[in-house]
Write a protein that binds this ligand. Structure first.
Ligand code: R5P
Length: 281
């Protein structure tokens, strides 16, 4: 088995290669003067089971993924597993308005054309997996985030909404602490309160866990509410740290720690999903 890394997932690919004790192929990825993508795999992949690792964010990494799949398939390989650490477009998994595409579906249809199976990590909506016609497995970064958070000794793990409660449950299970989710209550036309559904956070260290942090709006609001209700420290942890629109400095102003995994590589990626990917492989 050999790993080929796309340029969006270099750190995770290296960690995965070390974890599995297998080789990381020598690849090249650059841009032509007109910004089109050029890739080349310098190792001979004949006879290999190949694992390609590439996050589909930002958009240009999607084209690079397709080119790498084709470059790999041009060798006489045994099989190709594509690992998509962050599966983009997953939040447009239905038509919210007439005339819109189902973006998550069209990405699934294309990404499976040149490989034998797929691994995703904390895909935003598991229903997307049904659009693949080849074997696909979704794994979670939550067990590893839980191991990291355990060192910070939080009292409660909270999900920012009911939909993310399963994530909080996994992390709390690893740590051996309580979990809850935040419920929004409309006080009046202009005021919304966010409160842990069942537990008091007063005097507690709280960790909020979510699959994605994008603009950071959800977590900033949740943190402000938790602190106003007496939480002494609030940590924010997610699998996919997109951190768009200056999200990180805004989060770091209110949260005592911001952590993410290496599905999207950035300065908060202190947790690797490599072990879970290795297990799935
Ligand atoms: C929503 O369903 C997701 O799980 C995240 O809560 C959301 O994407 C976070 O977005 P933002 O950081 O922009 O508030």
């Amino acid at each position: 088995m050999i790993i080929v890394s796309g340029s969006a997932s270099l750190s995770l690919s290296k960690t995965l290669a070390n974890e599995m004790g297998i080789k990381l192929a020598n690849t090249e990825s650059r841009r032509f003067p007109d910004d089109e993508c050029y890739v080349r795999v310098h190792d001979n992949l004949d006879g290999e089971e190949v694992v390609l690792v590439q996050t589909t964010y930002p958009d240009e990494k999607i084209i690079e993924l397709f080119l790498l799949q084709d470059a790999i398939k041009e060798f006489d390989i045994k099989k190709l597993v594509t690992v998509i650490p962050y599966y983009g477009y997953a939040r447009q998994d239905k038509k919210f308005n007439e005339g819109e595409p189902i973006s998550a579906k069209i990405l699934a249809k294309h990404v499976q054309l040149s490989c034998d199976s797929i691994i995703t990590v904390d895909i935003h909506e598991e229903g997307i997996l049904n659009w693949f016609d080849i074997p696909v497995k979704n794994i979670s970064g939550m067990p590893q985030l839980g191991s990291f958070l355990k060192n910070l000794d939080p009292d409660i793990i909270v999900a920012p909404d009911k939909g993310a409660q399963d994530l909080a449950k996994i992390v709390a299970g690893v740590i051996g602490c309580k979990w809850d989710y935040l419920e929004k209550t409309r006080i009046d036309g202009e005021t919304v309160e966010m409160k842990a559904k069942n537990l008091s956070v007063s005097g507690k260290k709280v960790a909020i866990v979510d699959d994605i942090i994008a603009t950071g709006g959800t977590i900033v609001k949740a943190t402000e509410h938790l602190k106003s209700q007496g939480a002494i420290e609030v940590y924010a942890a997610c699998t996919h740290g997109l951190f768009t629109k200056n999200a990180l400095p805004r989060l770091q102003k209110v949260c005592d720690k911001v952590i993410s995994t290496d599905t999207i590589e950035n300065e908060t990626s202190v947790v690797s999903v490599a072990r879970e990917v290795a297990k799935a492989l």
